[in-house]
Structures are given as structure tokens and as C-alpha cells.
Design a protein around this ligand. Sequence first.
Ligand code: ADP
Ligand code: C5P
Ligand code: MG
Length: 209
Amino acid sequence: MGSIEAARKEANGSLTEKKPCVVFVLGGPGSGKGTQCANIVQHFGYTHLSAGDLLRAEIKSGSENGTMIQNMIKEGKIVPSEVTIKLLQKAMLESGNDKFLIDGFPRNEENRAAFEAVTKIEPAFVLFFNCPEEEMERRLLNRNQGREDDNIETIRKRFKVFLESSLPVIEYYNAKGKVREIDAAKSIEDVFEDVKVIFTPKEEQVATA
Ligand code: ADP
Ligand code: C5P
Ligand code: MG
């Protein structure tokens, strides 16, 4: 066996052994996943892994896959699972943590099935930020982070991919009773109030009504 393959198996072995707690954070582009993940990290000690951020870092690092990833992102297309899963596994191992918010992944059925097959990890639940397209469009056009995919042409393509490929993944987990849906059209503060309830253990929730 080649050393790279051996290393991959070993890495995966120690991940599987650890049985980490994984929450998939899903929602359309601009629904506020990254914003809320930053809040969850502060309050609940998770490590935030954004698949999109990992792919953008991979482009910047000058990796051999960089050009392919850049072209896919520009077109709003989903990068082959193998590439994204490797980046996620590496980041999970390097973090040393055992609680992860995996943001923007799985984006399609291929992502979902491949992650499950490779890592044997089932998510604890799926946090779904539900937001109307008009609101997401407004947010993306105002995001101002210099992203090459935050232009109206690519945004429309990303919305189409979300409806056609990502929503079915949310439906898959919904059928398993794993989806916690949040109204993401509210203010950042109000959305986080709803998020907190989901992450706070039941016995610690104080009745405020
Ligand atoms: P995602 O990671 O889901 O694509 P982001 O968290 O990057 O979304 O949010 C997209 C943009 O919208 C950012 O500029 C962010 O500051 C802003 N934003 C996030 N949540 C809200 C909200 N609840 N109300 C208004 N603007 C928001
Ligand atoms: O989640 P984010 O908006 O940062 O994703 C940006 C882009 O990264 C997506 O439109 C897609 O091209 C790519 N991506 C992907 N596979 C994922 C997550 C993101 O190909 N699981
Ligand atoms: Mg994001």
C-alpha cells in the first residue's frame, strides 16, 4: 500500500475511533450559516469547518486542484466529494476537538453518501437556515468579501444548485427526523436566540414564558 493511502486510512481510523459529534449546517447561499457558526463556536465550544472556506484556502495554497476548484466555484458548481472530504478530514484531525459544525456540506447526494461511506460518521442533527431567495440575494450582493461568486450571474446559478441538489439532502435528513429548522430571515441576534435553544441541553433550558 502506498504511504499516502496508508496515511489516509490511519487518519480516518483515528477519526472514526473518536466518534466526533458532527452537526451539518445547511441553508442557501447567504442564509447566514457562517455568521451563526461563529456565534455557536463562542458559546458552545464547537470547531467551525466551512467547506467553502476550506476550498478557497486550497485555491490560495497553490494546490494542483486549485484551478479546477476555482472554476467550479465561479460556476456555482459542486466540487467532487473526494476533494472536499479530504480537506474536511484533515481539518477535523488537526483541530484536536471532537465537536464540529460542518458548514455548507453535504451539498448534494454524492457529498452525503461519500462522507458517510468514508468517515462512517452520522450527523447528530442538521441545522437548516431557511431564508427566502430575495433576502439571500440582498445579503450576498452586500457581503463585500471580494468573493468571485458573489455576483448576480453566479448567485442565480448557486440558487439553482441549492434547489436542485442541496434541498434533497435536507429532505433526506428530514425524513430521518434529524432536521432542526430555523427562520433565518430574522435579524442576526434573533436567529441566534433560536439557535441557542437548539444547542442548549433540555435540562438547562429555563422556561421564560
Ligand atoms: P452563508 O455562510 O450562509 O453564505 P453568511 O453568514 O456569510 O452566509 O452571511 C451572508 C451575508 O449576510 C454576510 O454579509 C452577513 O453579515 C449577512 N447576514 C448574515 N445573517 C444575517 C441576518 N440574519 N440578517 C441580515 N444580514 C445577515
Ligand atoms: O458555502 P459557500 O457559499 O462558501 O460555498 C461556495 C462554493 O464552494 C459553492 O458555491 C461551491 O462551488 C463550492 N462548494 C462545493 N462543495 C461544498 C461546499 C462548497 O463545491 N460542499
Ligand atoms: Mg458561508
